[in-house]
Design a protein around this ligand. Sequence first.
Ligand code: UDP
Ligand code: MG
Length: 326
Amino acid sequence: MISVIVPCYNEEEVINQTHHRLVRVLEQITPSFEVIYVDDGSQDQTSELLRHLQRDDKRVKVVLLSRNFGHQMAVTAGLDYISGDAVVLIDADLQDPPEVIPDMIEQWRKGYDVAYGVRTDRPGETAFKLWTAKAFYRLINHLSDVAIPLDTGDFRLMDRRVVEALKHMPERDRFLRGMVSWVGFRQIPVPYQRAQRFAGVSKYPLWKMFRFAMDGILSFSLVPLRMAIWAGLLTFGLSLAGIIYALILRLFTSIWVPGWTLLFMATLFIGGIQLVFLGVIGEYVGRIYREDKRRPLYLVREHLGFDTEHYNQKLNRSIIPIAKVN
Ligand code: UDP
Ligand code: MG
């Protein structure tokens, strides 16, 4: 049994097309599959379209979140609902071609636990997005202790046991592709050409991409914190040299260092560095605070197509509308 998770946020223009292409591919591979659409609080007709899909096709299951929780949470929610032995994560906009899924399944049948899609080509993206994405993947690999494969998105197949491992990672700042690298097991890349968005617009404007990049780096690396030590040592060294120099002049010569400029510059310099690292510490503290509140990761408004038994084995990190169960 194969489960496919499709996070959808305002995807009314593509959802039907996506479904048809997905089903066409899946039907050729296996008779038993399910497609779980997670509606991430769309404001357009997405949820209505999903209802229709589910009514006509019992292999479709739908989880409706109570509001927009973001791509990574939508996928997380989907993972809690799968009943397959393997799961495929795929975007709703057909940028990840469903036709690659058979390759991933083949790797899985060979014994790999994770088959992750690696983008060889990304037509239709702006040069800016390509460049920032490239820089980001290299930076995060440099900073973090886990090797996160380059140019890899969330398009991937994972074995059930990888999913079970992920469920034991309750963190709020979710950077799934990094978390999957962290759990280990046998992983293999599957190259593919990333297509253009079929219709609609990207839901990742620049600031969201920036936050996402920050999440990735801060959740997988303590290097920004450690940099404070190096910056501190550097300024300490510089000022020590300055002090010794000034003292020597004062004691042994008649030309003293005129203090104003130096004093002013040193104060600004140290002050600046302190503020920067106060900010860095603040980011981590903020994350600890958010983590500590232990709120559920997402809230479900409604789900369609799951049997009752499924509700009972739900994880406690999501809240199900209990009243709807019976
Ligand atoms: N998405 C989501 N919640 C969000 C933003 C995006 O579920 O808050 C979904 C979206 O519907 C799509 C996938 O995540 O299926 C990737 O989003 P998008 O294609 O907009 O990102 P891009 O490919 O431009 O990075
Ligand atoms: Mg996209």
